[in-house]
Design a protein around this ligand. Structure first.
Ligand code: PLP
Length: 458
């Protein structure tokens, strides 16, 4: 039999030689999940955890939602798969109708996929095929931001600005131009001043001019940064100016709403906060909400029509649009609507942000609290004034996560290199969270911060 493995938390888990968890951040095995309900999860020893990050900002409506499970069971009794060349299904048609009712006007065409990377890949290929229909074969470059995260497949990785994940593969990819994300808090600029928004947005124009406008296919942006930046909210005027620049140079604007879509930021799409309409949207995570692998690309009607009137979209995934995933997705969207979960995310987000700001008052090492709705983060730094990061060797990003985990709270962290200060932590509970549960979360966080401070080198 396989030897027992000891995790960083000194939890003994049974050796599982045939199940490889190779992800680079998963050096130590975690306990085995027994069950989950609402915002809580239990391991097989009976220990309870609060899912304070909704997994990776996925389980937006909480775990084991009875309506979603019932919808899945009902669909399973009818069919679980119908290949797209052979059948259309009521489940996928119903979900496409529902999604189109939530998207900005003129973006009514929905293409299903099974995850965020697939959604982003699809946006890039649709943009390229559209440019070809417009006689613009030289448009091949997609500008993105640094830092950013758009997915782990090679196309999505080429536009990802996060060296720890891209470096080994750089020689295999087509190098894509990047501009800095608008890190006003680090540069000491006022994010509420539109001059700040223009300052960062105009970097896009400069990059387009530097590369040659006729070569630029698209610009892709997370409306509110996700894991890469730790809930970085764009400064005033930024998103609007980006839209203007894209229009001026005939560059398609792609919103990666994989993390922000689905209500988490307090509006259904993150971009709704700025009344900006992109040309193409990528959606996933909270769309399937952890019940099924599900994602979508949503695109401007005329873009889809141009491509369909030409060669058709030369792209697709076998499992895409399968009826089980679509039935679950529709039930998720119905739950969000019927229980006003987007509105709850806005309200509980404000309440949680206030609590995080109160914790910040107690710990000078917390240098920033940011985000919108329930996409919230705080960042640790050695010095609030100089924004100097904590020493990398201290590994605050993994240490605080481990302490909180031991205390029964799951949060999500990254140490970002290359332009953003340091260790940030996403606190993003499911959108069903209540005020008493917010107190539970922040009490454990406060206690975990105390423990971290006791370990901090002086
Ligand atoms: N885009 C964004 C903004 C993301 O946050 C993620 C995942 O974290 C992805 C794309 C990739 O999604 P997936 O992991 O489902 O492939």
């Amino acid at each position: 039999s396989a030897p027992a493995i000891f995790s960083a938390n000194t939890l003994v888990v049974e050796g599982r030689p045939h199940m490889s968890n190779l992800f680079y951040q998963t050096k130590a095995p975690r306990p085995t999940l027994a069950r989950a309900e609402g915002i809580y999860m239990w391991d097989t020893s009976g220990k309870r955890y609060i899912d304070g990050s909704s997994g990776a900002m996925v389980s937006n409506i909480g775990h084991s939602n009875p309506a979603v499970l019932a919808a899945m069971r009902a669909q399973m009794d009818k069919s679980t798969f119908g290949y797209r060349l052979h059948f259309q299904t009521d489940a996928s048609e119903a979900l496409a109708d529902k999604v189109a009712s939530l998207t900005p006007k003129g973006l009514d065409r929905v293409f299903f996929v099974s995850g965020g990377s697939e959604a982003v890949e699809s946006t890039l290929k649709l943009a390229r095929q559209y440019a070809l229909t417009q006689g613009q074969a030289q448009r091949t470059k997609v500008i993105s931001r640094y830092p950013s995260y758009h997915g782990s497949t090679l196309g999505a990785l080429a536009i990802t600005g996060y060296a720890p994940m891209t470096a080994p593969f750089d020689p295999m990819m087509h190098a894509m131009p990047k501009i800095p994300a608008p890190r006003a808090y680090l540069d000491g600029l006022d994010p509420t001043d539109t001059a700040t928004g223009l300052h960062y947005a105009n970097m896009l124009e400069a990059k387009i001019l530097e590369e040659g406008p006729a070569t630029i296919l698209a610009f892709i942006v997370e409306p509110i940064g996700g894991a890469s930046t730790g809930a970085l909210v764009p400064p005033a005027g930024y998103m609007q100016r980006i839209r203007q620049i894209c229009d001026q140079y005939g560059v398609l604007l792609i919103h990666d709403e994989v993390m922000t879509g689905g209500g988490r930021t307090g509006r259904f799409f993150g971009a709704d906060h700025w009344d900006v309409t992109p040309d193409i949207i990528a959606l996933s995570k909270g769309f399937g909400a952890g019940y099924v692998p599900l994602g979508a690309m949503i695109a401007r009607n005329d873009i889809v029509e141009a491509v369909m009137n030409g060669d058709g979209f030369i792209h697709g995934y076998t499992y895409a649009g399968n009826p089980l995933a679509c039935a679950a997705g529709l039930a998720v969207l119905n739950e969000i609507e019927q229980h006003s979960l987007t509105e709850n995310a806005a309200q509980m987000g404000d309440a949680l942000k206030t609590r995080l700001e109160a914790i910040m008052q107690r710990y000078p090492v917390i240098g920033d609290v940011r985000g919108k709705g329930l996409l919230l983060a705080f960042e640790l730094m050695a010095d609030r004034a100089t924004k100097e990061p904590l020493p990398a060797a201290f590994n605050a990003h993994s240490r605080l996560v481990d302490i909180a985990y031991d205390n029964g709270l799951i949060i999500y962290s990254r140490r970002t290199r290359g332009g953003i200060a340091g260790d940030h932590f996403l606190v993003c509970p499911p959108m069903i969270v209540t005020e008493p549960q917010l107190d539970e979360i922040t009490d454990i966080l406060d206690q975990s911060m105390q423990q971290l401070m006791a370990e901090m080198p002086h």
